[in-house]
Write a protein that binds this ligand. Structure first.
Ligand code: MG
Length: 376
């Protein structure tokens, strides 16, 4: 353990029975959360897969190797097709003429894991060899192609955002071997005719970054240059039938947290969104005061003031702190911890201009702490 961490942990633990607030900088104009804010929800626990590439506990499985999982999660894009994709030896195999597959689940921003293998028997060249594709939302293709010793136009390579951006490198294994894609996808966000986010793709091919937050520029087209456009809210994952028997396994995804432009509350927000969230956080803190009394209630009231400047809360906190401080003055014994907690909170509110400096309650409490020798 790093010894330099210890004092911080000790400092936090003094206050952890109530909260670790009055610590980092308070919420501001564009951040509804304080720095090191304990009112922020704890990150959800997710158990990782036993090997990198195995689905973590919160993943939604689209294909686990069984026919059951195939039938449950996929349908043919063209219901009138004469042929079907095949599940064999725990692989999902594209069949020429069966058309593309689409997932029954519709979703948008995601982390997607998919493994694929181009036919070991080499047939064709260029775009005709081991071609398939992963279409996010059915709209934008991360190309699947056997480019092992098989040149083609770079923006149509395996790992390209097809027609938009070549992969940075060619990290393919030989045909017949399993290749992995780990894809992070963000859909375009438009509002009132304005592009708020072009949408993006990050792709790792066999663990090697080949797309780094690549703007979608409309998602890409064959021969034509795509233009930035609105995507649906959600869409299916699509696997392309391009006439080659490409095989798939281990397909899963996880949905991503919302960006601030879609209502997410992590990161810098608009002032309006910030104050809306700050009000919500203040309300949830104030709700906790209903079952509390004394010092605990006072600290919660002061904490709520960090999120929302509210005269009524200030008035209640002022009255309660005056009462508690006068009681400590009268009966100091055993009240050192309470006194110091309130003092620290008052100084924090003063330092961040949430209450006036030299507040009479702070001045009185400081006198008591000095008189009782509680500084240390
Ligand atoms: Mg393709």
């Amino acid at each position: 353990m790093n010894v330099f961490v210890t004092p911080i942990l000790v400092f936090v633990s003094i206050f952890s029975d109530i909260s670790a607030q009055f610590y980092g900088d308070p919420p501001d104009e564009t951040h509804p959360w304080a720095v090191h804010d304990n009112n922020r929800p704890q990150p959800m626990e997710v158990k990782p897969g036993s090997f990198i590439g195995n689905p973590p506990s919160d993943a939604k499985i689209l294909f686990d190797g069984t026919k059951k999982s195939f039938l449950k999660n996929w349908e043919h894009e063209n219901p009138r097709r004469k042929k079907n994709w095949i599940v064999r030896n725990q692989r999902l195999i594209s069949v020429k003429g069966a058309g593309s597959l689409i997932s029954k689940a519709k979703f948008a921003d995601c982390q997607l894991h998919i493994e694929w293998s181009a036919p070991m028997k080499i047939v064709g060249s260029g775009q005709g060899r081991g071609n398939s594709g992963v279409f996010l939302m059915g709209e934008t293709e991360v190309q699947i192609l056997d480019n092992y010793n098989n040149p083609t136009y770079p923006d149509g390579f395996a790992g390209s955002v097809y027609g938009v951006m070549p992969p940075m490198v060619n990290a393919l294994k030989a045909p017949g071997e399993w290749q992995t894609y780990d894809i992070i996808f963000r859909r375009p966000v438009h509002k009132n005719g304005m592009i708020l986010d072009e949408g993006s793709l990050t792709v790792l091919l066999n663990g090697v970054v080949v797309q780094d937050n690549t703007p979608l520029e409309g998602g890409g087209l064959h021969k034509n240059r795509s233009q930035s456009r609105v995507f649906p809210i959600v869409g299916p994952l699509k696997l392309q039938d391009h006439g080659n028997p490409v095989q798939f396994r281990n397909i899963w995804y996880r949905e991503l947290r919302k960006r601030p432009i879609e209502g997410g509350t992590d990161g810098a927000l608009s002032s309006t969104a910030t104050y809306k969230k700050r009000t919500e956080i203040a309300e949830s803190i104030l709700n906790k005061t209903q079952n509390e009394d004394g010092v605990k209630k006072l600290l919660l009231l002061m904490e709520a003031l960090c999120y929302e400047d509210d005269d009524e809360v200030k008035f209640t906190a002022h009255g309660l702190s005056e009462k508690i401080i006068m009681s400590i003055q009268k009966y100091p014994e055993g009240n050192k911890k309470d006194a110091k907690q309130i003092y620290q909170a008052l100084k924090y509110l003063e330092a961040h201009k949430i209450i006036d400096k030299e507040h009479p309650n702070t001045v009185l409490l400081e006198k008591i702490i000095k008189k009782e020798g509680w500084e240390k």
